[in-house]
Design a protein around this ligand. Structure first.
Ligand code: FES
Length: 80
C-alpha cells in the first residue's frame, strides 16, 4: 500500500492542489487501484515555491501539476 499526500496548504491550493487531487482520485478509480494507493490531503510540506507539493510514502517532495498528476499514479505502480 502506498500513500500519496497532496499539500492543500494555501500556496499549493492557489496552484491547483484540488485539481491535482481530483485527477489522482479519478486515476486511482479508473485503474482500480484503491487497494494499492491511499490518497490524503496534507498541510504545508515546506516546498511552497515549487507546489503543488506531493509526497509518495516518505519520499522526496515532488512538484506536481494537473498535466503530470495522472502519470504520477502510473509511475508509482511501475516501481512496485
Ligand atoms: S503550501 Fe504546499 S508546500 Fe507549502
Amino acid at each position: 500500500m502506498h500513500t500519496i499526500k497532496v499539500c492543500v496548504g494555501s500556496a499549493c491550493h492557489l496552484k491547483g492542489s484540488y485539481e491535482v487531487i481530483s485527477i489522482i482520485q479519478q486515476t486511482i478509480k479508473n485503474q482500480n487501484l484503491s487497494h494499492e494507493i491511499e490518497l490524503r490531503g496534507s498541510f504545508c510540506l515546506g516546498q511552497c515555491t515549487d507546489g503543488v507539493s506531493v509526497q509518495i510514502d516518505e519520499g522526496d517532495i515532488l512538484s506536481i501539476t494537473a498535466a503530470n498528476a495522472e502519470s504520477l499514479v502510473s509511475s508509482i505502480m511501475e516501481t512496485v
